[in-house]
Write a protein that binds this ligand. Structure first.
Ligand code: NAD
Ligand code: UFG
Length: 337
């Protein structure tokens, strides 16, 4: 299939493009490179053996998106575009609603105009309400506590309303848990700019010597070792989940919602230990206060995706750390190195 991949030069999108090419699809990347480097396209080509078509442009540009869908013979869209830093979304809510919600509206409108009926959307586990009942199933209550989370939930509501109004559309929301890891080739990986928010890239930068030590945000949570527990998923398993979702969507109109997670929780201390194994030395850390807004523990029930998509994770926490370390140690400064 010819597949428009918005945000395809980003962390998850680039891995997905490599897997799409490997599966025989033809991805077309639309990215404004606000959070990606041009070199990513070369790296996808080196990994996949085929250069993806690409265009620098903004998903909020209705004329551009409509022309692309029409001229490139697009049959389905995977919509990765989004701003994703929870704290920043509190400071800049309008930027988040504009990019994440308005961008999705423009894309959906263009799809309707051009008769492209299949969309796979990057949602997030952050749409689930705080709960003590684990694992989280897709029918668990939703609510969001940050503009970022609300932007994802709003788009899910838009998809539900559109699926009800237009019986030809096939709209899939994939709720990612915590994507980590890198391509095992060492050629694709996460290359964050600005302040580091997430645990795995921070650990990788400590391991490679760009940071002195990790601050563990709280060790007094009601979890086995007191630190936060999350469901980490290898980015290639996540990418494969998109392929499975596309296959499922074909000929199945309606709204489809799936968790993409492993079903297993790992603590911050467990991740530090696993990364230490991967890089061959103990990584220094201190205990710091809890981070505002963090939950103690949550993980996915991935049974629906296994049952209906025939998909489940295949890669272990050790592989997530080993592949991250391979990428970081060979590219200490990301795509700039
Ligand atoms: P990323 O920032 O690496 O990728 C997003 C890409 O979109 C970037 O290449 C950026 O340049 C591009 N972009 C941003 N705004 C654009 C616009 N208006 N027009 C065109 N391109 C634009 O992020 P990622 O980690 O790959 O995440 C992809 C999606 O998955 C996002 O929607 C994110 O909210 C969601 N998600 C990510 C995580 C995570 O932990 N990484 C977890 C849950 C959900
Ligand atoms: N943590 C630390 N130190 C750090 C960074 C994180 O101890 O320097 C801890 C956090 O407190 C948490 C765990 O590591 O317990 C994971 O934190 P991340 O920031 O890596 O990930 P989050 O679970 O907070 O959030 C991520 C994405 C969100 C997304 C969510 C979906 O950042 O965008 O997963 O589950 F919505």
């Amino acid at each position: 299939m010819n597949i428009l991949v918005t945000g395809g030069a980003g962390y998850i999108g680039s891995h997905c493009c490599a897997q799409l090419i490997a599966a025989g699809h033809r991805p077309f990347i639309l990215d404004n490179f606000s959070n990606a480097k041009l070199a990513v396209v070369d790296h996808i080509e080196r990994v996949a053996g085929t250069r993806p078509r690409w265009l620098r442009g903004d998903v909020r540009d209705a004329a551009l998106v409509t022309a692309l869908l029409r001229d490139e013979g697009i049959e389905a869209v995977i919509h990765f575009v989004g701003l994703k830093a929870v704290g920043e979304s509190v400071q800049q809510p309008l930027a988040y609603y504009d990019n994440n919600v308005q961008g999705s509206l423009v894309l959906l409108q263009a799809m309707r105009e051009t008769g492209v009926r299949t969309l796979v959307f990057s949602s997030s586990a952050t749409v689930y309400s705080a709960s003590d009942r684990m694992p989280l199933r897709e029918d668990a209550p939703t609510s969001a506590t940050s503009p970022y989370g609300r932007s994802k939930l709003m788009v899910e509501h838009v998809l539900a309303d559109l699926a009800a109004a237009d019986p030809a559309m096939s709209l899939t929301a994939l709720r990612y848990f915590n994507p980590v890891g890198a391509h095992p080739s060492g050629l694709l990986g996460e290359d964050p700019e600005g302040p580091l928010n997430n645990l795995m890239p921070f650990l990788a930068q400590v391991a490679v010597g760009r940071r002195n030590q990790l601050a563990v945000f709280g060790n007094d949570y009601p979890t086995p070792d007191g630190t936060g527990v999350r469901d980490y998923i290898h980015v290639l398993d996540l990418a494969d989940g998109h392929l499975a979702a596309l296959n499922h969507a074909h000929g199945r109109p309606g709204l489809h919602v799936f968790n993409l997670g492993s079903g297993q929780g790992h603590s911050v201390l467990a991740l530090i230990a696993a990364f230490g194994q991967a890089c061959g030395r103990e990584l220094p850390y201190t205990i710091a206060p809890r981070r505002a807004g963090d939950l103690a523990a949550y993980w996915a029930d991935p049974a629906k995706a296994e049952r209906m998509l025939g998909w489940r994770v295949r890669r272990s926490l050790a592989e997530m750390c080993a592949d991250t370390w391979h990428w970081q140690s060979t590219h200490p400064n990301g795509y700039s190195s």
